[in-house]
Design a protein around this ligand. Structure first.
Ligand code: C2E
Ligand code: CA
Ligand code: CA
Length: 732
């Protein structure tokens, strides 16, 4: 910057006890537009320099009373605000020693008196300009340091010829080095890098030198107090004219906080917060990785799928807190028992911290990345079962949970994670079917049906809540009068994806899983609700029959349950009929007698369903307080052609008659069957011929149609008094 460009004139402080030489200088400089202040001696000059406005340069005489020029200069340098102020020493002395002393005292330059005004002016201008440049440099250095401090970046230079590294203050601060003395070469840097990472860092520096290209490296450093810190190094090589790398310029940044934040985010995304185990996402990644390695190395691995058998009950009875604690404790035992197994062959394949994962709920997986035989996987499964067998202490309660474990071996059971997930799940399902607290290997032959069942089971669990269940009603008719004497409630399930699922398919599953209890309760309740509604609308449905399954019948509280529902809907017990199969009743016949009696005591109607398909003992049949036998539709199916079936039907009807029981023939599909049954004096019939199971609204229409028919046609034959019979409504 030249003086012409300056906003303000150059200010000069002249310190000289010789008035004449001062006067000459002032004369010459004032002409050039320079602003001048004066001091007689050093002490006065120092005083002037405490003023607010400072000179741009000091002209300092050497020989003065009170305080000479050397001392004055030294003192100026000691004052912080003027430490870098240009000082031009002037003296008549022209000896070497004075020149040296002047520079030692911190003089910027030196002239010998007398000075020509022209030379003085030049020197002043030059020195002021240089001083300003220095000031700018110092300022920008400060700025750079501040910026580096804020950005946590430090820089360094490595002279490859001397091997010395220069670290900026900020770089030293970042690296946690004290004073720089302990970080003077690459070797000293490497010593701070964790041992097993040193070769990588060292070869990275070699690489930069060899490729002569800028590069970036992240590495760790063990701090003075042993703490782990993370750094990012950015390096740029500088070459000499021959193209040889002579110097590396680098920047170092402390990214520890960034790394910790990343790790935190990673933990949130890849780990289950309850147990600290890898979550589903992480598990899938591990599985994919393992499958790639397995493929490359031609090895075998196994995947264990684990589901707790009775977790839901614990959760429901002890509360979610205990449930959570239980899952944590289970996770811990899983990790310990898997780690203790000696099947983990190779470290690079199985990071043992990561092979147990929680997929969600009470589902866990164990990934065995390399096994020698299937037995290795079985061993782990057995160990897990053993380790969970010991009760868990939860808020003072001893809780036992058992696992069902499915094992799928890869690559033989599948090479894709989706196959293995499905297979493992299926194997687990088999373990459950096999009585729980056990393990099962995946078996491809069971695949399709098991899968279908599993799907149905899962879907069925949600069926009530999702309002997917409906009751249809099939009418039952009095053979002689043709009137509708009752209806049988038949369950219908429409799943949004599976569609209409036939009762033969889902009812056995509901029974096996215990789901039949809530579903059966729902059926009884809906039947009563419908009956109530028909009554309210004056629809003359005399009786509703519901099917009761074995587990409902054996659950013990069926009488209370039904009594409660009847009371709630204001239903007379005699309007409700329970259908129980022969097999249900005969399995524990003695118990059945008691239970039937309880149900009878309430006043319910009781029927034996599918009669003829099981083996009823006549003596028990006599002791069962029942009202009706329903002849199984297999006997009715070709009663018109099959003499044996006709004989059986005839015998059942005769037997019922002697025991004063009603008889209903099921599955009547054609007129010939109907007339045969009429000849055999069968009391009631049910079948597609007379009415299929329909939604409740259809029953009203059916009854209306029947009513119209009855007023125009007479009954087929006069009412019989041989068997007790209910009065029907309308006729067919
Ligand atoms: P089920 O108790 O013997 O019910 C009679 C079955 O025969 C019904 O089948 C009905 O649609 C069918 N059927 C009626 N008339 C004819 C006919 O003329 N020909 C033929 N071929 N079949 C006829 P659905 O509704 O499929 O029910 C099948 C079984 O599912 C029932 O047999 C019953 O054991 C069970 N089920 C249905 N609903 C329930 C329920 O709410 N609870 C329980 N525990 N079981 C139920
Ligand atoms: Ca039935
Ligand atoms: Ca039946």
């Amino acid at each position: 910057m030249s003086s012409e460009e300056r906003q303000s004139p150059i200010r000069v402080l002249i310190v000289d006890d010789d008035i004449t030489s001062r006067y000459l200088a002032v004369e010459a400089l004032a002409l050039a537009g320079i602003e001048i202040s004066e001091a007689d001696h050093g002490a006065q000059a120092l005083e002037t320099l405490t003023a607010e406005t400072l000179p741009d340069i000091v002209l300092l005489d050497v020989v003065m009373p009170i305080m000479d020029g050397f001392e004055t200069c030294a003192r100026i340098r000691a004052l912080e605000r003027v430490a870098r102020l240009p000082v031009l020493m002037m003296t008549g002395l022209d000896d070497e020693e004075s020149v040296n002393r002047a520079y030692e005292a911190g003089a910027t330059d030196f002239v010998t008196k007398p000075v020509t005004p022209q030379l003085l002016l030049h020197k002043i201008r030059y020195m002021v300009r240089a001083g300003e440049a220095t000031e700018q440099l110092v300022l920008s250095q400060h700025r750079l340091a501040a910026a580096q401090r804020i950005a946590q970046i430090g820089h360094w230079e490595w002279d490859l010829r001397s091997g010395r590294v220069h670290w900026s203050e900020q770089a030293l601060a970042i690296m946690g080095a004290t004073g720089g003395g302990d970080l003077h070469s690459l070797q000293t840097l490497l010593e701070k890098v964790p041992k097993d990472d040193r070769p990588r860092v060292a070869s990275w520096f070699d690489m930069v030198e060899a490729t002569r290209e800028a590069a970036e490296l992240n590495h760790q450093i063990i701090g003075a107090t042993g703490e782990e810190r993370y750094f990012r190094q950015l390096v740029e090589p500088h070459t000499d004219k021959a193209g040889k790398v002579v110097r590396l310029y680098g920047a170092v940044q402390d990214i520890t906080a960034l790394r910790l934040a990343e790790e935190h985010i990673h933990r949130l995304a890849y780990y289950d917060s309850l147990t600290g185990l890898p979550n589903r996402v992480f598990f899938l990644q591990q599985l994919e990785k393992t499958l790639r390695l397995i493929h490359r190395h031609k090895r075998r691995g196994a995947l264990l799928f684990l589901d707790l058998d009775n977790f839901k009950r614990v959760n429901d009875t002890l509360g979610h807190n205990s449930g959570d604690m239980l899952l944590q404790a289970v996770a811990e035992r899983l990790v310990t028992s898997v780690r203790a197994s000696d099947v983990i062959v190779r470290r690079e394949l199985a990071e043992d911290r990561h092979n147990v994962a929680r997929l969600g709920g009470d589902e866990f997986t164990v990934l065995l990345a390399e096994i020698r035989s299937d037995q290795d996987a079985a061993r782990v499964a057995r160990r897990i079962i053993e380790s969970l067998a010991k009760p868990f202490k939860l808020q003072g309660n001893d809780v036992v949970v058992t696992p069902s474990i499915g094992i799928t071996v890869f690559p033989q059971d599948g090479e894709h994670s989706s196959d293995l997930l499905r297979n493992g799940d299926m194997a687990m399902y088999h373990a459950k079917r096999a009585g729980k607290n056990t393990y099962k290997f995946f078996d491809a032959s069971l695949n399709a049906t098991a899968m279908q069942r599993l799907k149905t089971e899962t879907a069925l669990r949600a069926a009530i809540d999702n309002d997917e269940l409906r009751l249809h009603f099939q009418p039952q008719f009095d053979v002689l009068s043709g009137g509708m004497c009752g209806v049988e409630a038949l369950l219908r399930w429409t799943h949004p994806e599976l569609g209409e699922v036939p009762p033969e398919e889902f009812i056995p599953i509901a029974e096996e899983t215990g789901l039949i209890l809530p579903i059966g309760e729902w059926v009884i309740e809906q039947a009563c609700r419908q009956l109530r509604q028909w009554r309210a609308e004056n629809v003359p449905v005399a009786r509703v029959a519901v099917n009761v399954s074995a587990s409902q019948f054996n659950s013990g509280d069926l009488p209370e349950l039904i009594a409660g529902i009847l009371a709630r809907y204001g239903i007379e017990p005699g309007w409700l009929e329970l259908e129980l199969t022969e097999t249900i009743l005969m399995t524990q016949a003695e118990e059945s007698v008691k239970m039937l009696q309880k149900l009878k005591d309430i006043g319910l109607q009781l029927a034996i369903d599918d009669f003829g398909t099981g083996y009823s003992s006549l003596s028990y049949l006599k002791r069962f307080p029942i009202d009706r036998l329903k002849i199984d539709r297999s006997f009715i199916a070709n009663i018109e052609n099959d003499r044996d079936n006709a004989a059986i039907a005839q015998a059942v009807i005769a037997m019922a008659e002697t025991m004063s029981l009603h008889v209903t023939a099921e599955g009547v599909e054609n007129d010939r069957q109907l007339s045969l049954l009429r000849e055999q004096r069968c009391g009631e019939v049910q079948g597609y011929l007379l009415g299929r199971p329909t939604p409740p609204e259809q029953i009203c229409h059916m009854l209306e149609a029947l009513h119209t028919a009855t007023v125009t046609t007479a009954p087929a034959s006069p009412p019989s008094d041989r068997a007790p019979r209910r009065r029907g409504t309308g006729g067919y």
